[in-house]
Design a protein around this ligand. Structure first.
Ligand code: PXP
Length: 258
């Protein structure tokens, strides 16, 4: 069976980070989102953090009412965020762990210990017609717990893989790729849709894009950083090309397999 199309979700948080460095309205994350869609993004991801360090409540309202592609709202599994999600009804919510002192989402959600409170949030979102994704480490227990709690999707945390690659640790990188590959297969077997993201760059995207079970990648920081040098449109186009090439390779190898 040939692998499905691989969607690209562009995370625009760091457009808001730059805006907030000076206050005011520039650069506008909504404008970046429109540009990302023009360049080939299949969806837009925005993380409304508890401390509102980048994306604001107003950004979410504007994205929801004006975007022409699905909005994936990243948020902590709290009552405050649940109320906001239910007010705006994005296409999907990705539940992430959140600690104030972290610079970015450092690890996966502890679904195993999430218990009843997490299950209730997942179900409230699903009852409102919102697809629910859990951002997890690529480990079997988290996958099993995600299915048990009623999630539609797991987003596999690619941070460890990208760090090993950045350190030129070939053995560690290969081990992380294998861990992701195994987790993606387990997640599909558990009936979950599989996404992946965090820390992906031009150099690291292909190994993940080749995994046929993964149907969406969410990429932010690297693309916004590259936009400084060549523009957001060109950064997204290039990422899209690398994803498509890797997917085509995996398609060829699946056709060649006996
Ligand atoms: N997916 C999730 C769940 C995230 O929390 C983040 C970071 O906000 C990303 C994807 C994108 O990661 P990056 O900005 O490193 O590309």
């Amino acid at each position: 069976m040939s692998p499905p199309f691989l969607r690209l979700g562009v995370n625009i948080d760091h457009v808001a980070t730059i805006r907030n460095a000076r206050g005011g309205r520039h650069p506008d994350p909504l404008r970046a989102a429109h540009l990302a869609v023009e360049a080939g993004a299949d969806g837009i991801t925005a993380h409304l953090r508890e401390d509102r360090r980048h994306i604001s409540d107003r950004d979410i309202a504007r994205l929801k009412s004006e975007l022409t592609r699905p909005l994936n709202l990243e948020m902590a599994a709290t009552e405050e965020m649940l109320a906001i999600a239910l007010r705006h009804v994005p296409n999907a919510c990705c539940l992430v762990p959140e600690r104030r002192e972290e610079r970015t989402t450092e690890g996966g959600l502890d679904v195993v210990r999430g218990g009843e409170p997490l299950r209730k949030i997942v179900h409230s979102l699903r009852d409102a017609g919102i697809r629910v994704s859990l951002f997890i480490e690529a480990d079997p227990r988290s996958i099993e717990a995600s299915a048990a709690v009623g999630a539609d999707i797991v987003e596999l945390h690619t941070g460890q893989y990208c760090e090993r690659a950045l350190e030129d640790d070939a053995k560690g990188t290969a081990k992380e790729v294998e861990r992701l590959r195994h987790a993606a297969a387990l997640a599909v077997d558990a009936g979950l849709e599989v996404h992946a993201g965090h820390g992906l760059t031009y150099n690291t995207v292909a190994a993940v894009a080749r995994m046929p079970q993964i149907v969406e990648l969410n990429i932010g920081h690297f693309l916004i950083g590259e936009a400084i040098f060549g523009g957001l449109h060109s950064a997204i186009r290039h990422m899209r090309t690398l994803m498509d090439q890797a997917r085509a390779e995996s398609k060829r190898s699946s056709v060649a397999a006996p």
